[in-house]
Write a protein that binds this ligand. Structure first.
Ligand code: HQG
Length: 181
C-alpha cells in the first residue's frame, strides 16, 4: 500500500472510530458517516481526500477496516471504535473452540490480575488464528500470544460477535479462560 493510502486509512480510522469531531462530523448510532460531508469537511480542514481515494482505501485495506453502505453514500469502520454512542448492531455468534490475543510483556501482570479488559475500545479484540494475533501484538513490541477458551466462555454465558472483517469481539475475558503459550 502506498504512503498516501496508509495516511488516509489512518485518518479514516481516527475519524470513524475515535474522533469524528476533529473534522466536525457525526457518526449515526450504528457508526455510519455521510461520505460527502466527510470529504468536504476533511478538505476544508486541510486533509486532502477525494471520493476516488476514499474508495481505493476501502478496497485495498489489508484488514478490510471500512465498509460502504449498500447505497454507497456512507462509510463506517468495521471494528475498533472508542467513540461513545455507537453500536454496530452485530449479531451474537458462537465462537470457535479457541481464539487468540496478541499482547506484550508489560501488560501481562495486569491481564493476569484482571483478565482482558476492553480499555478505551468497545470490546476486547480476539483473533481467529495465532498468525493474526502475532501481528496485533507486534504493533507494540515482541508479541506474546494468549490462547482464549472461547467455547468454554460461551458455554459460561459470555457473548461473542464477529466483525465484518473477521475480528472476534467480546466484553471481557476473565482470567480462568486465558492460557499463556
Ligand atoms: C491490553 C488493531 C493490562 C491488551 C488490531 C492490548 C486489533 C491489558 C491493549 C485492534 C489488560 C489494548 C485492537 C489488562 C487488555 N491489563 N493490559 N487487564 N487487558 N490489555 O489497541 O487488541 O490495525 O485497544 O492486551 O489489529 O491491541 O487498528 O487493543 O494490548 O484488531 O485496524 O491492552 O487494533 O486493528 O490495546 O488491538 P488496543 P488490541 P487496526
Amino acid at each position: 500500500m502506498n504512503k498516501q493510502l496508509v495516511t488516509t486509512s489512518k485518518f479514516l480510522s481516527l475519524v470513524l472510530r475515535h474522533q469524528p469531531d476533529v473534522i466536525g462530523i457525526e457518526l449515526d448510532s450504528e457508526g455510519w458517516a455521510d461520505i460527502d460531508r466527510l470529504i468536504k469537511n476533511a478538505n476544508a480542514r486541510g486533509t486532502a481526500i477525494s471520493l476516488d481515494l476514499l474508495h481505493e482505501v476501502v478496497a485495498t485495506s489489508d484488514k478490510k477496516r471500512f465498509a460502504l453502505s449498500d447505497d454507497g453514500l456512507c462509510i463506517r469502520a468495521n471494528q475498533g471504535h472508542s467513540v461513545e454512542g455507537v453500536d454496530l448492531k452485530l449479531e451474537p455468534i458462537e465462537p470457535p473452540e479457541l481464539l487468540y490475543h496478541g499482547t506484550v510483556e508489560p501488560f501481562l501482570a495486569g491481564i493476569r490480575e484482571k483478565g482482558l479488559l476492553k480499555r478505551s475500545r468497545h470490546h476486547v479484540h480476539l483473533s481467529a488464528d495465532k498468525e493474526t494475533a502475532t501481528k496485533v501484538g507486534q504493533r507494540r513490541g515482541k508479541p506474546i500470544i494468549l490462547t482464549i477458551s472461547a467455547a468454554r466462555m460461551h458455554a459460561a454465558g459470555h457473548t461473542f460477535y464477529l466483525s465484518a472483517n473477521g475480528v472476534w469481539l467480546t466484553d471481557a475475558v476473565p482470567t480462568e479462560f486465558i492460557e499463556l503459550d
